[in-house]
Design a protein around this ligand. Structure first.
Ligand code: URA
Length: 190
């Protein structure tokens, strides 16, 4: 069920409540809604909380999160607090398995509402699940990344997930190329 029209992220968080809309609620410690600037120019969308995020209730606070923070702060020279960060699914899939299509479908109205409320200038989709969900596509991330796409008129840049970069550091070069395209577009819009 989609949320009614809401005026703020806090109102959306209240509407989500103690969510029982999919089976992931059974295994969670915290629902990880999202964090950052509610009026961010740039939103990062990840896949779903891991163990650290589930325990803390914040997105991207584990090893992949530290790499994402470096990309934002050292690479893009932006304070992490200036962007908004959320995930496709808000509750941790146990043992870090991939989210199932019905779990993604149950959580998507929340993501859509979140993105409409923030209304960023650019969305970065981190990894296959974020990119394929936002773009309603089954094209592999290797072909989606590095090109501009759109979600409800907002430019979307898919890139590799930081957890993938931890396992395959050679692909940092591609991510940096994608990030440079985002920085160029953000700079041009200033
Ligand atoms: N991976 C994700 O996709 N999201 C998080 O919040 C943490 C790790």
């Amino acid at each position: 069920m989609s949320p009614p029209p809401l005026e703020s992220l806090e109102a959306l968080r209240a509407w989500v409540g103690d969510c029982q809309r999919c089976p992931l609620c059974a295994g969670r410690t915290h629902l990880v809604f999202g964090s950052g600037n509610p009026a961010a120019r740039l939103v990062f969308v990840g896949e779903g909380p891991g163990q650290d995020e589930d325990l803390e209730g914040e997105p991207f606070v584990g090893a992949a999160g530290r790499l994402l923070t470096d990309i934002i702060e050292k690479g893009m020279k932006l304070p992490r607090s200036e962007v908004y960060i959320c995930n496709v699914v808000k509750c941790r899939p146990l043992r870090n398995r991939n989210p199932e299509p019905d779990e993604i479908a149950a959580c998507s109205p929340i993501l859509r509402s979140q993105l409409r409320l923030v209304g960023p200038e650019i969305i970065i989709a981190l990894g296959k699940f974020a990119a394929q969900t936002l773009l309603a596509s089954d094209t592999p991330i290797t072909r989606l990344r590095g090109q501009w796409h759109e979600w409800e008129g907002i430019p979307v840049m898919p890139t590799f997930h930081p957890a993938y970069l931890l396992r395959n550091p050679a692909f940092k070069r591609e991510v940096w190329a994608d990030i440079r395209m985002v920085l160029a577009r953000l700079g041009a819009a200033r």
